[in-house]
Design a protein around this ligand. Structure first.
Ligand code: CMC
Length: 434
């Protein structure tokens, strides 16, 4: 981080204050306003963090105008094509791609932590079977802190490392358990000889009465989905994890808070919402009704949005969406579903939206969630599970960002300020006189 530049803020009363400007290795410079309140008695106002960098980070870089996404400097396209999910997880957590030996050790550690405490299995019985699996995920992942007391000391690097392995390893087991519980099927124990993703698919779709046959094309597709969702710099759920962690909360509690935030339809819940939108449009007439639907989306008085479109940072095609579209093709072809009407509808909707002035002028492009629902549905995941898969993948990013925050000497407890607009001081009138 270099600081050779500065910015001067001039106020109406003629007061001028100089602030350092910090440069990262890429991306816009930032004005360091940490001394603003001390020097001027004023705060900044930036709801939604439209112009605020909340931390420094060396993990993920996005150039939203160019549609670029890099994990630790490596383009997402190269990682998605040449690496598997655990290799990418190692990279995100440690900063470098693993050697063969490092990868083998990492895979070994993750594989040996996949089982959950047996008592945790009974924890599920407290939930209604029709609970949304994300509600179950928030509860069960938060409850991990009640089971693994030997990895809660955030100041002990070994505890942090063990917590990271536990979270990455147990997340597929917990997601699969949430699914099995919802459909009343027995939980499947993990199998150590399978890859991370194949093991997850077996725990999801296998049953104890017969062997599960792994389909490598489908496993590779899901692995790619996990890679594409592994991290995305300071998004809402990651910022939530950092904020929760800034108070010293334990990692399991922090990740549970991230899952809760991810659930919202403007964030991770968009994949479920996008598929629901496509299905509804299909039921109402499909391609023939796109014009009418787009009209509703553009109507200022309607609350209808084109789910899976638009992004706070990408003002260009989300690079993950391109890869996801490719993966959708591969999966549908493998399953003999090349004529899937929902995929055709999505392609038509995308084409029409990309030519429409409303979307062009606002730079609204498909994001990762536009296609991820179609491919996940083809893989056999029920719609309600989509965001759980996102949470599974993003756990890697959340942990890496949480770790980075804990090790950052400049990080303080997150404590935003406010512009107060409520009543000024007044006295309580006794209830009899009100
Ligand atoms: N459909 C219709 N109009 C939209 C959409 C959309 N999907 N997204 C943005 N707009 C309009 C918005 O109404 C506004 O119009 P105007 O300037 O006339 O008021 C303009 O575009 C700018 O949008 P914004 O809401 O100010 O942008 P934002 O950065 O606050 O919101 C977003 C970003 C992702 C929340 C939003 O685009 C959205 O709600 N998209 C649909 C949900 C979705 O797909 N979310 C997944 C995001 S990617 C996965 C993830 O990271 O979780």
């Amino acid at each position: 981080m270099s600081t050779s530049k500065s910015a001067v803020l001039t106020f109406g009363n003629g007061q001028s204050v100089e602030f350092p400007v910090l440069s990262g290795s890429m991306g816009p410079d930032v004005v360091d306003i940490r001394q603003l309140y001390a020097k001027t008695g004023m705060f900044t106002y930036d709801p939604g963090f439209m112009s605020t960098a909340s931390c420094r980070s060396a993990i993920t870089y996005i150039d939203g105008d160019k549609g670029v996404l890099l994990y630790r400097g490596y383009p997402i396209e190269q990682l998605a094509q040449q690496c598997d999910f655990l290799e990418v997880a190692y990279l995100i957590l440690n900063g470098e791609l693993p050697t063969r030996e490092q990868k083998a050790n990492f895979v070994h550690m993750v594989t040996r932590h996949t089982m959950v405490h047996d008592q945790l299995a009974r924890f599920f019985n407290g939930f209604r079977r029709d609970a949304h699996p994300m509600a179950v995920m928030v509860g069960v992942v938060g409850a991990l802190s009640a089971f693994y007391h030997d990895s809660l000391d955030i100041n002990d690097p070994r505890h942090r490392e063990v917590a990271a392995f536990r979270l990455i390893a147990k997340m597929p087991t917990i997601v699969a358990m949430a699914y099995k519980y919802s459909v009343g099927l027995p939980f499947m124990y993990p199998r150590n000889e399978l890859s991370y993703t194949a093991n997850f698919m077996r725990m999801m779709f296998g049953v104890p009465t017969e062997d599960y046959v792994v389909n490598d094309v489908l496993v590779r597709a899901l692995d790619r989905i996990l890679i594409l969702h592994a991290d995305h710099e300071q998004n809402a759920s990651t910022s939530t994890v950092r904020l929760a962690g800034s108070s010293g909360a334990n990692p399991f509690a922090c990740i549970a808070s991230g899952i809760a935030c991810l659930w919202g339809p403007a964030h991770g819940g968009a994949n479920e919402a996008a598929l629901n939108m496509l299905e509804e449009l299909q039921r109402e007439g499909g391609v023939a009704r796109i014009g009418e639907f787009i009209k509703k989306v553009k109507d200022k008085n309607s609350t209808v949005k084109l789910m899976g479109f638009g992004h706070r940072v990408y003002k260009n095609y989300d690079p993950r969406a391109k890869l996801m579209r490719e993966t959708t093709h591969e999966v549908l072809n493998e399953l003999g579903l090349g004529d899937d009407p929902l995929f055709k509808l999505a392609l038509a909707l995308e084409r029409i939206a990309l030519e429409d002035e409303y979307f062009v002028s606002r730079k609204l492009y498909p994001n990762v969630d536009f296609y991820s629902g179609i491919v996940q549905r083809a893989l056999g995941f029920p719609t309600a599970m989509f965001t759980c898969i996102f949470a599974l993948a993003r756990t890697v990013g959340w942990i890496a960002q949480w770790n980075e925050m804990i090790s950052d000497s400049e990080q303080k407890i997150g404590r935003p300020r406010q512009l107060f607009t409520g009543p000024t001081r007044r006295d309580v009138v006794p209830i009899a006189e009100r």
